[in-house]
Design a binder for this molecule. Structure first.
Ligand code: ADP
Ligand code: F6P
Length: 561
């Protein structure tokens, strides 16, 4: 970080993500309560925010115009709450790991916004597009309008939460317009953006009708981070091809006259064509009305105008897990006892195969089931000594592709069980629910082989958690080459999940691998995850963000020092 005690490095970090670490859910009695969220983003950021005691801005996972539950106690007590009992003002929570407090600033979404911005543009357009069109992306202008509107709300919340010179770290594909919008509202803050999912090749990205606006949105950041070097390369090519801007060694030169012409604050669509024609800048005037610039902002604006360009840095920052906490869970006597109990309840099979994923079509769950089913059909595996535990986390249940996938997976599971289960033993033990982290750790501990067969995956933290929790160094990881994790975890059995025979071979090899080879591979994998844990990831990104924003402030900053 920077040595200047008055700059953003010493301010609490502001994290902005679509999903908060807690979500508001309704139980069967109609009462609302908070529950831990799932997904890799939350897992990775929670220890970071907890350590810095920062502010986390995000959506509490339910529509603000939901109906109230019955009676008192359904909300959180005070009068300033919405229909789901969510406070409308920021509030403090104790972090789940250490109990250190941080602040949560909820951003409300109406049911219509959930449908158009979250289920629609984020998960019906961007998610399939960025995962190499495994499912067909849909392009609807009405979804795009909601995406802009909601991104603007997040940018305003961030502008309110940030202290002068703060670092604001925006997360993921749901919020790609926020960096640019926030820069207009608060030119004084350092803006980082991290994309947790892949960034597609330019030929695929080019499908997006709003491809330039999204790139401009991202390039409002001082630093844009990706999971893999390949994602960063794809991004650089998209910027060159679609905006024609200079990209050199991890820096995009953003022309300031373009920024002035295509401002977001006017809230009207900037239908910019390739030649950069646009509806000129009411934006600056509007921003000025909302928030008069400070002296340093004026100085900065002058300096930037003088140079004509603003650098936006980008690069690869592979995300990771909190190694120490998963390692501790792996050593926890209660978790270990629970793991033994699970194995016992499964009928003490020789081999427990495990899959743990959100029930998402990117995860290759059907491919894995097909491979496993064929191995049973061919008697290369036997239900007498092998079981597959398939843990599917409910996710995005309002999106039709996810409903279809659930049908497909559940039909495949019952077919395999129908063909192969015996009175005492199931071939597949399938569960569709959220679990506490300790129970997930017990499953990791109980498993001999973890199957990660994603068709595309930004990183896949389940793979890294499994390694960190494998304190007995005897588990085997089968890992799809299309995950970000495959770049680092080379001692896994790396497979192409589209090649069902390859998955089958890997499963057979894993079940026959000698204890010695298992230990050798796992030891190296653990070294990789231990040295590249989530702390190293966030520290690396934030240090680079400090350097990137210092370079934007260049000569002025040096004069001050
Ligand atoms: P994604 O971000 O696509 O969901 P990751 O593999 O990166 O995929 O992260 C998934 C996260 O969800 C992991 O941190 C994992 O521990 C967590 N998780 C796994 N199983 C469950 C479960 N049953 N309930 C809640 N969270 C879970
Ligand atoms: O990292 C990918 C991601 O989409 C996160 O942005 C998200 O929080 C997580 O997976 C789970 O998805 P969702 O928030 O849509 O439930």
């Amino acid at each position: 970080g920077s040595a200047d005690p008055d700059d953003g490095a010493s301010c609490p970090l502001v994290v902005v993500s679509n999903r908060l670490p807690v979500e508001r859910v309704r139980d069967q009695d109609g009462r609302w309560h908070w529950r831990a969220s799932s997904g890799g983003l939350v897992t990775a950021l929670e220890p970071v925010v907890e350590r810095t005691g920062g502010v986390w801005i995000g959506w509490p996972g339910t529509a603000s115009d939901s109906e109230r539950g019955p009676g008192p106690g359904s909300g959180s007590g005070g009068g300033d709450e919405d229909g789901a009992g969510i406070p409308t003002e920021p509030f403090e929570v104790a972090g789940p790991s250490t109990g250190r407090p941080f602040t949560i600033a909820p951003v409300p979404l109406t049911a219509e916004e959930v449908e158009r911005y979250y289920e629609g543009f984020s998960n019906g357009t961007l998610w399939p597009l960025y995962h190499d069109v495994i499912a067909q992306p849909e392009y609807h202008r009405i979804w795009w309008d909601a995406y802009k509107e909601v991104n603007h709300r997040f940018a305003q919340a961030a502008a309110e939460a940030a202290r002068p010179g703060s670092r604001v770290w925006i997360q993921d594909y749901q919020l790609q317009l926020v960096p640019r919008m926030l820069r207009e509202l608060r030119p004084d803050v350092s803006i980082g953006f991290f994309n947790h999912i892949p960034f597609p090749a330019p030929g695929i990205y080019a499908q997006l009708p709003w491809r330039q606006q999204i790139l401009r949105g991202l390039l409002g950041a001082d630093l844009v981070g990706f999971q893999r070097a390949g994602d960063a390369r794809n991004f650089a090519q998209a910027v060159r091809q679609l905006l024609g801007w200079t990209v050199h060694r991890g820096v995009v030169e953003v022309p300031l006259d373009d920024e002035a012409r295509t401002g977001w604050a006017a809230r009207r669509d900037t239908t910019v064509d390739l030649a950069g024609q646009s509806d000129a800048g009411r934006s600056a005037a509007l921003v000025a009305e909302e928030m008069p610039p400070t002296r340093s902002e004026r100085e900065e604006a002058g300096r930037e105008a003088g140079s004509g360009r603003r650098p936006s840095h980008f690069g690869a920052f592979p995300i990771s897990v909190d190694f120490a906490s998963w390692d501790a869970l792996g050593n926890d006597p209660e978790v270990r006892a629970r793991a033994s109990q699970i194995r016992h309840e499964l009928g003490s099979p020789r081999t427990v195969l495990l899959g743990v994923d959100r029930l998402d079509y990117t995860k290759g769950i059907s491919h894995r089931l097909k491979a496993y089913g064929e191995l049973l059909d061919e008697h290369r595996l036997d239900v007498g000594d092998t079981i597959l535990v398939e843990m599917a986390i409910p996710t995005r249940e309002g999106v039709s592709a996810y409903q279809d996938l659930r049908e497909e997976v559940e039909v495949a599971v019952s077919r395999i069980n129908g063909d192969h289960s015996t009175v005492g033993r199931s071939a597949v033990q399938y569960m569709h629910r959220n679990l506490p982290r300790r129970e997930v750790a017990a499953l990791y501990e109980a498993a001999d082989v973890l199957l990660v067969t994603s068709l595309r995956d930004g990183m896949n933290l389940v793979a890294k958690e499994y390694i960190a929790a494998s304190v007995d160094i005897d588990g085997v990881l089968i890992l799809s080459e299309f995950t970000g994790a495959a770049d680092e975890l080379r001692q896994a059995l790396i497979v192409n999940p589209h090649d069902v025979d390859a998955i089958k071979e890997a499963i057979v090899r894993a079940t026959r691998m000698s204890p010695r080879e298992r230990a050798r591979r796992m030891r190296q994998l653990r070294r990789t995850v231990r040295t590249h844990d989530v702390e190293a990831w966030s520290a690396g990104f934030l240090a680079e963000l400090d350097r990137a924003s210092a370079s934007r402030m260049g000569p002025w900053r040096r004069r001050e020092a």
